[in-house]
Ligand binder design. Sequence first.
Ligand code: AMP
Length: 483
Amino acid sequence: MPELNTPTAPEAATASLPRFDDFGLAPPILQALAEQGYQHPTPIQAQAIPVVLQGRDVMGAAQTGTGKTAGFSLPIIQQLLPHANTSASPARHPVRALILTPTRELADQVADNVKSYSRHTPLRSAVVFGGIDMAPQTAALRAGVEILIATPGRLLDHVQQKTLNLSQTEIFVMDEADRMLDMGFLPDLQRIINLLPKQRQNLMFSATFSPEIKKLASSFLKNPQLIEVARSNATAERVTQIIYKVEEEAKRDAVVHLLKQREIRQVIVFSNTKIGASRLARELERAGVKASAIHGDKTQAERMAALEAFKAGGIDVLVATDVAARGLDIAELPCVINYDLPYNAEDYVHRIGRTGRAGASGDALSLYCEKDARLLLDIEKLIKQKLTPVELEDFHPRSARGERAERSDRQGDRSNDRSERRTERAARSASAPMPRKEKVDPWFLKPYEPAAPSVPMEEKPVDPRNAKAAPKRAALLGGRSKT
Ligand code: AMP
């Protein structure tokens, strides 16, 4: 199995790697890949591209970060090339490939990738997701697109408004299927599948394969080829994991201490709750750290702005909940911090997979309190590795937090409703894992979102003055710039 291509791979080692032109991809696609700076296919691409080109159904076991998007989009573009045309008539551009993703961020990223890979072909693509104005999406759909990337709720909105016809869909992709089920999208998925022609190619990707996922797969995949690139806990091997033993009330000080002590510049800090994420971001700001929270209570525009600012270097610390961070295409991250140990051991693997990507090494630092013993045990079982909590060096936490901070916290929380506070209190006092549903941001759980007009993403541009050059920055593996 070839290693994931990295710019640092020695020449001798890359000579034997497969190449994109081995797959018979058309010159406009190869040109786009060369411009992206991709030299060799990643393992999932090397396996998936030939199978998808044969028209077979695929069940792919791969996480975000493995290059799976190109693994399915490149052969889709290749297969649709015979239909590519420059006609102005919408009828000549029906939706032929539908790619469903669970989150808006992932939809946006997949759409960016598809756009770049197809930019030298006349094929059209568009993305539709909730939280932003429907009008520009409607205009794009009316003009006609061959490749549509969508989240389930907004897709159904467009179907209902009769701005979208899926009757000519030849290829259907379900990305991050496990997360779709976690988020309660099953009924929507079934409705969408019923709108597609019976005769079609199906590709399904999932990081985990629970019995529910297998059931879903067997309900709509026909004789699928199983493609697996790595076990879901493989990332742990490249990442240095340290578990720090701290008192619950000293956790915020511990984060500040770690940032200073280890001179950490760019880091995602994971919190189990939205309120916890917001509060920690505020505390860090007060301590002079450029931080922002990203979770389901933020508008789409705010989330995108925070993400862009983080990528550009305007923000050093992104405090995120699991679902909000899921699917974010942030690579080369030197470090992640688990402010809370996750309730699900699998989320630990997803979190630490944010660092140590593309063959690079990374640090995963976790804060651990006595009450987390059971969570740590679950993680150790999953990654088959013993993680012994250690003391945090030179750390002398204040015994109690200042009253001013408490008061201002309370003020900040006033805007959050009671049920959220209850969730957080429950989470803080939890000695055993909470059921998965409770930790997922409700914002993501709405299976069918009625279209509500809101601010377009462009309304909150990132101030370029905030961007600064830094030697090691998270970046899109495929490049920073958006086309
Ligand atoms: P994905 O898992 O599809 O989200 O991809 C993760 C990142 O890897 C994206 O930023 C891609 O642009 C990048 N990428 C995908 N394929 C390659 C490749 N063959 N060489 C280098 N980077 C790639």
